[in-house]
Design a protein around this ligand. Structure first.
Ligand code: C2E
Ligand code: MG
Ligand code: MG
Ligand code: MG
Length: 278
């Protein structure tokens, strides 16, 4: 009798721990659940013209409002979303949210660049490519950002095919965090890339670290030779803004130009402020 009761308790806890591990504590299951529950939302950070300060685009940055853990940064869950393949579903949901939330913004600025971060996996997935091309109808200024390191993770033939298809459909491609990976010059020349985003570590190094400041100059020279648009990310001060303008960087992004914000805040503050000041 005692034995039976004891094994019953044991089996109960065993089943509970399996359930916990497989479903409740399992990060992939948590992500899937969060997608279903629509716990992800977007913030939009302005990209401004160096010369005029005008709003040219926004970068879409995902956030997770976790029911018990609160607001979570993408660096805590994007790696898991990528390794499980769920990132494709997340991006699909994100595009849907973007098109809906940005509709009033795009009504005023139809050509606004809308930068969406994607992963290497998207570029080898037919449905993702088709989805991006379809969203070009709703978001004419769609730009896809791929981190430099991700480009190298795949065979260049596959990437080239997808990029060429996107290019033919008018979707722009940006290389993110440029200068931190090992993207060779010849590789860059072959790929249909439109924009280089110099990694924020180079902007932070300006004025303090001569070697990294030189790397930034090299990146700008390279971009000019290849006819690419340059973006400096992580611009935090007026001094950096001024220096980057002198160096000829096309666009700037960072706290100095605007924090990541909701679509509503973008419309109310930045867009209205821009149009009213001419
Ligand atoms: P990223 O694409 O390089 O995005 C720029 C990051 O720099 C963002 O961090 C942004 O909030 C932050 N940032 C902006 N201005 C400044 C500044 O002036 N100073 C500093 N120190 N940081 C600044 P966030 O939003 O935490 O995103 C981190 C990374 O997570 C992104 O880096 C991107 O690689 C990834 N990520 C974000 N959203 C998504 C998404 O929707 N999908 C995918 N696949 N990845 C995403
Ligand atoms: Mg990015
Ligand atoms: Mg990145
Ligand atoms: Mg970046």
């Amino acid at each position: 009798m005692w034995f039976l009761a004891g094994s019953g308790v044991f089996l109960f806890f065993l089943a509970l721990s399996i359930l916990l591990q497989r479903y409740i504590l399992n990060p992939a299951h948590q992500l899937k659940h969060a997608i279903q529950q629509r716990e992800f939302f977007n913030l939009y950070q302005p990209l401004r013209c160096s010369e005029t300060g005008q709003l040219v685009g926004v970068e879409v940055l995902v956030r997770w409002l976790h029911p018990s853990e609160g607001l979570k940064s993408p660096v805590t869950f994007i790696p898991e979303a990528e390794s499980t393949g769920l990132v494709k579903q997340m991006t699909a949901l994100q595009l849907e949210q973007c098109a809906e939330e940005l509709a009033p913004v795009l009504a005023e600025l139809p050509e606004l660049w809308v930068h969406v971060n994607i992963s290497a996996q998207h570029l080898i997935d037919r449905r993702s490519i088709e989805r991006f091309i379809a969203y070009k109808q709703k978001i004419p200024g769609l730009v896809l950002e791929i981190t430099e390191g991700h480009m190298l993770a795949l065979s260049s033939d596959l990437i080239r095919q997808s990029l060429q298809q996107l290019k033919a459909a008018g979707v722009r491609i940006a290389i993110d965090d440029f200068g931190t990976g090992y993207c060779g010059l010849s590789y860059l020349r072959e790929l249909p890339v439109d924009i280089l985003k110099a990694d924020k570590s180079f902007i932070a190094a300006m004025g303090t670290d001569a070697v990294n400041a030189d790397v930034l100059k090299t990146i700008l020279t390279l971009a000019r030779q290849l006819n690419l648009t340059t973006v400096a990310e992580g611009v935090e001060t007026a001094e950096q803004d001024q220096q980057l303008r002198t160096m000829g960087v096309d666009l700037q992004q960072g706290w100095h130009h605007g924090y990541p914000m909701t679509a509503e805040a973008l419309l109310n503050t930045h867009l209205r402020a821009d149009t009213s000041s001419g």
